[in-house]
Design a protein around this ligand. Structure first.
Ligand SMILES: Cc1cc2nc3c(=O)[nH]c(=O)nc-3n(C[C@H](O)[C@H](O)[C@H](O)COP(=O)(O)O)c2cc1C
Length: 190
Protein backbone atom coordinates (compact mmCIF):
# COMPACT_ATOMS: atom_id res chain seq x y z
CA UNK A 1 0.00 0.00 0.00
CA UNK A 2 1.40 3.41 -0.93
CA UNK A 3 0.61 6.90 0.29
CA UNK A 4 -1.97 7.59 -2.38
CA UNK A 5 -4.27 4.70 -1.51
CA UNK A 6 -7.36 6.15 0.13
CA UNK A 7 -7.69 5.27 3.80
CA UNK A 8 -11.24 4.66 4.99
CA UNK A 9 -11.78 5.98 8.50
CA UNK A 10 -14.89 5.25 10.55
CA UNK A 11 -15.67 8.10 12.95
CA UNK A 12 -18.17 8.39 15.76
CA UNK A 13 -19.08 10.92 18.37
CA UNK A 14 -19.91 10.05 21.96
CA UNK A 15 -22.71 12.61 22.03
CA UNK A 16 -26.22 12.13 20.67
CA UNK A 17 -27.41 15.70 20.95
CA UNK A 18 -28.16 17.68 17.83
CA UNK A 19 -25.87 20.60 18.64
CA UNK A 20 -23.05 18.46 20.00
CA UNK A 21 -19.65 20.10 19.97
CA UNK A 22 -18.03 16.71 19.46
CA UNK A 23 -20.21 15.84 16.48
CA UNK A 24 -19.42 19.29 15.10
CA UNK A 25 -15.72 18.58 15.59
CA UNK A 26 -16.14 15.35 13.61
CA UNK A 27 -17.80 17.28 10.80
CA UNK A 28 -14.79 19.60 10.82
CA UNK A 29 -12.49 16.57 10.65
CA UNK A 30 -14.33 15.34 7.55
CA UNK A 31 -13.59 18.66 5.86
CA UNK A 32 -9.98 18.79 7.08
CA UNK A 33 -9.15 15.19 6.13
CA UNK A 34 -6.05 14.73 3.97
CA UNK A 35 -6.69 14.02 0.32
CA UNK A 36 -6.02 10.31 0.70
CA UNK A 37 -8.43 9.83 3.61
CA UNK A 38 -12.20 9.42 3.61
CA UNK A 39 -14.00 9.82 6.95
CA UNK A 40 -17.47 8.29 7.28
CA UNK A 41 -19.49 8.73 10.44
CA UNK A 42 -21.55 6.27 12.44
CA UNK A 43 -24.44 7.51 14.59
CA UNK A 44 -24.51 5.68 17.93
CA UNK A 45 -28.13 6.57 18.66
CA UNK A 46 -29.52 3.23 17.44
CA UNK A 47 -27.25 1.16 19.68
CA UNK A 48 -29.32 -0.27 22.58
CA UNK A 49 -28.12 -0.57 26.15
CA UNK A 50 -25.85 -3.56 26.58
CA UNK A 51 -27.66 -6.66 27.78
CA UNK A 52 -26.00 -10.07 27.73
CA UNK A 53 -29.41 -11.77 27.43
CA UNK A 54 -30.02 -9.84 24.20
CA UNK A 55 -26.56 -10.66 22.90
CA UNK A 56 -27.14 -14.37 23.45
CA UNK A 57 -30.16 -14.16 21.17
CA UNK A 58 -28.14 -12.47 18.41
CA UNK A 59 -26.63 -9.06 17.90
CA UNK A 60 -29.13 -6.23 17.32
CA UNK A 61 -28.90 -4.93 13.74
CA UNK A 62 -27.34 -1.60 14.75
CA UNK A 63 -24.67 -3.39 16.77
CA UNK A 64 -23.88 -5.84 13.98
CA UNK A 65 -23.62 -2.93 11.56
CA UNK A 66 -21.36 -0.99 13.96
CA UNK A 67 -19.04 -3.96 14.37
CA UNK A 68 -18.95 -4.64 10.62
CA UNK A 69 -18.07 -1.04 9.86
CA UNK A 70 -15.28 -0.92 12.44
CA UNK A 71 -13.86 -4.17 11.06
CA UNK A 72 -14.00 -2.88 7.48
CA UNK A 73 -12.39 0.49 8.27
CA UNK A 74 -8.65 1.10 7.95
CA UNK A 75 -8.80 3.19 11.12
CA UNK A 76 -11.23 4.60 13.66
CA UNK A 77 -11.60 8.22 14.83
CA UNK A 78 -13.50 8.98 18.04
CA UNK A 79 -14.67 12.36 19.33
CA UNK A 80 -15.47 11.95 23.00
CA UNK A 81 -17.21 14.35 25.32
CA UNK A 82 -16.23 14.24 28.99
CA UNK A 83 -18.94 13.33 31.50
CA UNK A 84 -18.04 13.45 35.18
CA UNK A 85 -14.34 13.20 34.39
CA UNK A 86 -14.86 10.12 32.22
CA UNK A 87 -16.28 8.63 29.02
CA UNK A 88 -20.02 9.18 28.41
CA UNK A 89 -22.15 6.09 28.86
CA UNK A 90 -23.34 6.28 25.25
CA UNK A 91 -19.80 5.82 23.97
CA UNK A 92 -18.72 3.24 26.54
CA UNK A 93 -21.89 1.25 25.88
CA UNK A 94 -21.22 1.15 22.13
CA UNK A 95 -17.63 0.06 22.72
CA UNK A 96 -18.83 -2.62 25.15
CA UNK A 97 -21.11 -4.06 22.45
CA UNK A 98 -18.28 -4.01 19.91
CA UNK A 99 -15.89 -5.62 22.38
CA UNK A 100 -17.62 -8.97 22.73
CA UNK A 101 -16.19 -12.07 21.06
CA UNK A 102 -15.90 -13.46 18.50
CA UNK A 103 -13.66 -11.31 16.31
CA UNK A 104 -13.82 -8.12 18.33
CA UNK A 105 -13.14 -5.50 15.70
CA UNK A 106 -10.90 -3.16 17.71
CA UNK A 107 -8.17 -5.80 17.97
CA UNK A 108 -5.14 -4.36 16.14
CA UNK A 109 -7.16 -1.41 14.78
CA UNK A 110 -5.50 1.99 14.46
CA UNK A 111 -7.54 4.48 16.52
CA UNK A 112 -7.31 8.23 17.07
CA UNK A 113 -9.08 9.97 19.93
CA UNK A 114 -9.95 13.61 20.38
CA UNK A 115 -12.64 15.54 22.17
CA UNK A 116 -14.28 18.90 22.81
CA UNK A 117 -15.58 20.47 25.99
CA UNK A 118 -16.55 23.94 27.13
CA UNK A 119 -14.30 23.25 30.12
CA UNK A 120 -10.62 24.09 30.47
CA UNK A 121 -9.19 20.58 30.10
CA UNK A 122 -10.95 19.79 26.85
CA UNK A 123 -11.89 16.16 27.70
CA UNK A 124 -8.37 15.18 28.83
CA UNK A 125 -9.66 12.96 31.65
CA UNK A 126 -12.20 11.21 29.42
CA UNK A 127 -9.57 10.62 26.75
CA UNK A 128 -7.23 8.90 29.21
CA UNK A 129 -10.05 6.65 30.40
CA UNK A 130 -10.84 5.80 26.81
CA UNK A 131 -7.20 4.95 26.16
CA UNK A 132 -7.30 2.60 29.15
CA UNK A 133 -10.31 0.76 27.71
CA UNK A 134 -8.49 0.33 24.44
CA UNK A 135 -5.51 -1.26 26.16
CA UNK A 136 -7.72 -4.22 27.00
CA UNK A 137 -9.18 -4.31 23.49
CA UNK A 138 -5.71 -4.16 21.94
CA UNK A 139 -6.62 -1.21 19.74
CA UNK A 140 -3.52 0.60 18.50
CA UNK A 141 -4.26 4.11 19.70
CA UNK A 142 -2.24 6.97 18.26
CA UNK A 143 -0.24 8.59 21.07
CA UNK A 144 0.26 12.03 19.62
CA UNK A 145 -0.83 14.65 18.91
CA UNK A 146 -3.32 14.83 21.76
CA UNK A 147 -6.17 17.06 20.70
CA UNK A 148 -8.13 18.37 23.67
CA UNK A 149 -10.42 21.14 22.50
CA UNK A 150 -11.01 23.39 25.52
CA UNK A 151 -13.47 26.28 25.60
CA UNK A 152 -15.07 24.58 22.64
CA UNK A 153 -18.35 26.54 22.84
CA UNK A 154 -16.40 29.59 21.64
CA UNK A 155 -14.80 27.88 18.63
CA UNK A 156 -17.86 27.04 16.49
CA UNK A 157 -20.43 29.33 14.89
CA UNK A 158 -24.19 29.04 15.39
CA UNK A 159 -24.42 26.45 12.59
CA UNK A 160 -21.83 24.25 14.29
CA UNK A 161 -19.02 25.05 11.88
CA UNK A 162 -15.52 25.18 13.35
CA UNK A 163 -14.22 28.74 12.98
CA UNK A 164 -11.03 28.63 15.03
CA UNK A 165 -7.95 28.29 12.84
CA UNK A 166 -5.71 26.91 15.60
CA UNK A 167 -8.16 24.11 16.31
CA UNK A 168 -8.40 23.36 12.58
CA UNK A 169 -4.62 22.97 12.53
CA UNK A 170 -4.70 20.63 15.55
CA UNK A 171 -7.36 18.43 13.95
CA UNK A 172 -5.54 18.44 10.61
CA UNK A 173 -2.32 17.36 12.35
CA UNK A 174 -4.17 14.59 14.15
CA UNK A 175 -5.55 13.26 10.87
CA UNK A 176 -2.17 13.44 9.13
CA UNK A 177 -0.66 11.49 12.03
CA UNK A 178 -3.47 8.94 11.97
CA UNK A 179 -2.85 8.43 8.27
CA UNK A 180 0.88 7.89 8.80
CA UNK A 181 0.21 5.60 11.79
CA UNK A 182 -2.28 3.52 9.84
CA UNK A 183 0.00 3.12 6.83
CA UNK A 184 2.91 2.19 9.08
CA UNK A 185 0.86 -0.52 10.78
CA UNK A 186 -0.45 -1.79 7.46
CA UNK A 187 3.07 -1.99 6.07
CA UNK A 188 4.26 -3.85 9.16
CA UNK A 189 1.55 -6.48 8.82
CA UNK A 190 1.84 -6.88 5.02
C1 LIG B 1 -23.64 14.40 32.72
C2 LIG B 1 -22.64 15.44 32.32
C3 LIG B 1 -21.40 15.48 32.91
C4 LIG B 1 -20.42 16.40 32.50
N1 LIG B 1 -19.18 16.35 33.06
C5 LIG B 1 -18.19 17.10 32.51
C6 LIG B 1 -16.82 16.90 32.90
O1 LIG B 1 -16.51 16.08 33.74
N2 LIG B 1 -15.87 17.64 32.28
C7 LIG B 1 -16.18 18.57 31.31
O2 LIG B 1 -15.28 19.21 30.78
N3 LIG B 1 -17.46 18.78 30.93
C8 LIG B 1 -18.46 18.05 31.50
N4 LIG B 1 -19.77 18.22 31.08
C9 LIG B 1 -20.09 19.27 30.11
C10 LIG B 1 -19.85 18.75 28.70
O3 LIG B 1 -18.48 18.89 28.37
C11 LIG B 1 -20.69 19.56 27.73
O4 LIG B 1 -22.07 19.37 28.00
C12 LIG B 1 -20.37 19.21 26.28
O5 LIG B 1 -21.00 20.16 25.45
C13 LIG B 1 -20.81 17.79 25.94
O6 LIG B 1 -20.38 17.41 24.67
P1 LIG B 1 -21.30 17.61 23.36
O7 LIG B 1 -21.39 19.10 23.12
O8 LIG B 1 -20.55 16.91 22.28
O9 LIG B 1 -22.66 17.02 23.64
C14 LIG B 1 -20.74 17.33 31.50
C15 LIG B 1 -22.01 17.30 30.91
C16 LIG B 1 -22.94 16.36 31.30
C17 LIG B 1 -24.29 16.33 30.61
Amino acid sequence: MNDTTVLNVLAFSGSLRRNSLNTAALRAAQILAPEAMRIETFDLSAIPLYNEDVREQGLPDAVADFRRRIAAADAVLIATPEYNYSVPGVLKNAIDWASRPPEQPFDGKPVAIFGASPGRLGTARAQYHLRQTFVFLNALVLNRPEVMIAGAHTLFDAAGTLTDETTKTFIGDLLESLGRWTRRLQAASA
